[in-house]
Design a protein around this ligand. Sequence first.
Ligand code: IPE
Ligand code: IPE
Ligand code: MG
Length: 237
Amino acid sequence: MEENLVIPKHVAIILDGNGRWAKKRGLPRTMGHKQGCVTVEKTVEDAARLGISYLTVYGFSTENWKRSAEEVGALMQLFRYYMVRLLKIAKKNNVRVRMIGDRRRFAQDIIEGINRLEEETKDNTGLTFVIAVNYGGRDEIRRAAAKLAKDVQAGAVDAENITEECFASYLDTAGMPDPDLLIRTSGELRLSNYLLWQLAYSELYVCDCYWPDFNKEELVKAIEAYNKRERRFGGVK
Ligand code: IPE
Ligand code: IPE
Ligand code: MG
């Protein structure tokens, strides 16, 4: 079956349900996040092997800072740990890593880790793995608008010539194709401020399984569902 599938070029994922996964097992939420990181690693390798070109995963939203200090702190520790592992995985699988979102709010060592991940994997030619951290679709559009306004003010851009392509080139995802398929785990039917501009014509797929339980089989199921869709606009199929 897998051989006959059209593989979407760009798959975006809202990984959700780490907390519920842990709760179901009587574990602290942090354990769900830890297991969720393992699933991210596996999904990167699965996506690379399936021939997906871009995988964009929502790791931490601009709203997630409102969670308890304990949970935010634990998530930051997990970033620190998994950034190092991710560098190894990226090198092994020819994966290029890119981060979107406003990284300036993170601690200095995390910012340095993110920069290093991008720098050391930038020449890899396989899957581009994009992680959205301190990311919010509205915040991304706001930052793009502010940058564009500066260029207009400086005379570098004529306001009359601001096309959709021009605006998109100011977004964090500049140069990337829009997602063909959005997957959300854990059954919630909302976008939670994810890629608001880029998802304009993406196919949406929601599965019930909690993110730590997501695996290659679930990914292939989503791609199979995508193959059955009649797309109107957007990427090739
Ligand atoms: C997703 O799982 C991970 C992050 C948002 C960081 P949640 O933590 O949202 O898990 P639930 O939705 O509470 O189950
Ligand atoms: C979306 O999940 C954000 C990430 C996956 C990082 P949330 O669990 O934070 O979203 P809401 O609160 O259910 O909308
Ligand atoms: Mg959630």
